[in-house]
Write a new protein. Sequence first.
Length: 446
Amino acid sequence: MSLKEKLAGKIAQERPRTTKLLKEFGNVKIDDVTISQTIGGMRGIKSMVTDISYLDPEEGIRFRGYTIPEVMDKLPKVPGAEMPYVEGQFYLLLTGEIPTLEEVQELAEELKEKRVLPEYVKDILRAMPRDTHPMTMFSAGILAMQRESKFAKYYNEGHFNKNTAWEPMFEDALDLLAKLPLLGAYIYRMKYKGDTFIPSNPDLDLGGDFANMMGIAKPYDDVARMYFILHADHESGNVSAHTAHLVASALSDVYYAYSAAMGGLAGPLHGLANQEVLKWIQEMMKDKSGGKVPTKDELTKFVKETLSSGQVIPGYGHAVLRKTDPRYMAQREFALTHLTYDPTFEVVSMLFEVVPPVLSSMGKVKNPWPNVDAQSGVIQWHYGVVEYDFYTVLFGIGRALGVFANLIWDRALGYAIERPKSVTTEMLEQWATHEPLYKQAETVKQ
């Protein structure tokens, strides 16, 4: 049974659940909204639905109910590699089932057939000034390929059906997912490696081929697989995933939606954390220890000074998690084997010992433990990807797995266009002081 056939069966099972919730329980109240939530970015408001992933405060991200250690253990591994197929993660996110090796390899073969970066995309990228940010190039390349959207064609031909709309969305998702590694590697080699390009190898899986096109030897293929799997999804409320959901809710296709999402991912408050961690560590080593690995006492003193000055320790703390991020631990296990003599990783390991007790003693954060960004940039640097600006492109390739799975299910379940209700500042002030609200404000039609 192909992935598309299995997904069709899953959709048929899930649609009645959503229909029943809307028809029979649509007025059930599940949350209260405060003024601080309304003004403060809607944080914590329960107003989105996704079954793709859930952020468990104690277990970290659960992909379709599976913890990260379970995912890394259960997904079929690439022959001769330490890490699972990236394609297997996409299969899991779409269906909720751990695929067999045969099912993963079937999907991998389907994606290989779509591994062609159009020449017009290369022309567009090459027409850009070479100092253009790689995320601008990445987003532009995605948007340029919108002309090939099967979903847009399906809609424009005038036979749109909400029950079958997921099918061209699925096709678009596979087409674009197959091309993202090629697009990212092309940008990297064009900008940073003197316009020298390495062709896609049809014998390799998605992660292995990305490492091949980047021109980085083993075990970077496992780094790529690990990075893409760990960054695949983070619930749907984060900026990039939510942006894609919002844009696609207007029946925009995957290309429009994901290009917009990459604009959100490029923001300093979303996708830049790992490079900021790496930069902070490198500057600390240069300024405080002459480029050498500091002692534990020296590092402890520096951490305390940093906190006392009102700054944060980048890569530590999390708004939801109450333990060390399992994504950090998965990377740490890899690094303990492969980065043993890397001085920057030595500092990362020492920070893992030093920072949590210092943060706990100073009462700075609810969660004093490291998150995924505390280590990911260090691993990229170790294998020669030393261009900070490119790290967000890597993030964007991995995040596509979860976003695309969500967009397919959004169409499969017929989710409506997203349209939250706005209120005025004066209305908030009246709510706050219990004064009567304007009657006309209560009757305004959207």
